[in-house]
Write a protein that binds this ligand. Structure first.
Ligand code: TRP
Length: 337
């Protein structure tokens, strides 16, 4: 019999979640949690957020917002384990053990670190490591600990995270080779479900471009943002190309195949941009209405969110505590403190 998959993914708790995050990461994960065929772990990666965010108020608020977003959109916390990374003290401990099994040269090659060095070189900084903290440098080791701790074999991530998964496998293999078979080798899962949406200006929707549509913007603001989406100068009656159009792309990411086909037809016959924007607004507004209300209720009740997270941490630690004891035993330190 095939053993059950263990799916795990982390969500960095920075910024307010937007519709691009929803389509690319949140929706596929929530669908998987509702199917419940595998064991799944979803966590708020607030230790990862700490690499960049040094404002306690902002960090706390983002963690709350991201948790409320996932819950409002229907994450099933009975079928999946939903927790906050910083509630699992075994994670930083495993991170240190793995750090001692990680070649520095491997970390030198990490894309995020290399890009930061590259930026310094472009700016002709005296020190190529200017502004780079050890958290950024060791980011992939912490991520490996997140994954290896729960023996995850499938890790849904964006394409930019594939290298981190390869590094996690490398680190796990080196550990297993030295101390005996301990860790499961994880695999990245990327695909159509991790679709990338375009933002207001037509570039990839991303908080770093400041071109996002927040998931739970009030209706008025949502409408205003949609009206701002960049279009071309074609007149209302001209036939239009849906595939290069941001409005169409966003609509398609939410609509059924039938609705999408019908709209494609409207593009071929000619549709005014004003009308199309109104269609998109009404569609999204209707879809997000209920989760928006649920989100507001959750945000207004942080104690409730807290209790869900504490419960998740309790379930997660039922795995991490005994497994870390095995790891400690394997490397030759006292198994249990
Ligand atoms: N680095 C991931 C990102 O930026 C977030 C993350 C942290 C993660 N730990 C993880 C993803 C473990 C998958 C598994 O998207």
């Amino acid at each position: 019999m095939k053993t059950k998959d263990t799916i795990l993914t982390g969500i960095t708790t920075t910024g307010t979640p937007h519709i691009g995050n929803y389509v690319g990461a949140i929706r596929p994960a929530i669908q998987a949690s509702q199917q419940g065929e595998s064991r799944s772990f979803y966590f708020l990666a607030d230790y990862h957020a700490l690499v960049k965010c040094h404002d306690p108020k902002v960090l706390r608020q983002s963690t709350l917002e991201v948790a409320a977003t996932w819950l409002a959109l229907g994450l099933d916390t009975d079928r999946s384990i939903f927790y906050r990374q910083t509630d699992i003290p075994e994670i930083p401990e495993l991170t240190w053990i793995l750090t001692c099994m990680t070649a520095k040269g491997l970390m030198n090659r990490a894309h995020a670190y290399k890009a930061a060095v590259q930026d310094n070189e472009t700016l002709k900084a005296k020190d190529p490591d200017k502004g780079i903290n050890m958290g950024l440098f060791c980011y992939p080791v912490l991520m490996a600990a997140d994954i290896l701790m729960f023996k995850a074999n499938k890790v849904p991530v964006g394409k930019d995270q594939i290298q981190h998964l390869e590094m996690a496998r490398d680190i796990a293999m080196r550990f297993n080779h030295t101390f005996g078979d301990t860790f499961v080798l994880p695999e990245a899962v990327t695909g159509e479900s991790t679709a990338v949406l375009q933002g207001l200006d037509g570039r990839k929707m991303s908080k770093s471009y400041n071109n996002t549509i927040p998931l739970f913007a009030p209706a008025k603001r949502l409408r205003k943002l949609i009206m701002k989406i960049k279009t071309n100068s074609q007149g209302p009656d001209e036939p239009k190309d849906p595939d290069s159009c941001t409005l169409f792309q966003i609509y398609r990411a939410f609509a059924t195949p039938e609705e999408t086909a019908a709209l494609r037809d409207r593009y071929a016959r000619g549709i005014g941009w004003g009308e199309m924007k109104q269609i998109l607004f009404e569609y999204l507004d209707r879809l997000l209405e209920t989760p928006r209300v649920r989100y507001a209720e959750l945000i207004a009740n942080p104690d409730h969110i807290e209790s869900i997270l504490i419960d998740g941490a309790r379930k997660a630690r039922a795995f991490s505590r005994p497994f870390l004891a095995e790891v400690r035993q394997a490397v030759g330190v006292q198994a249990v403190q």
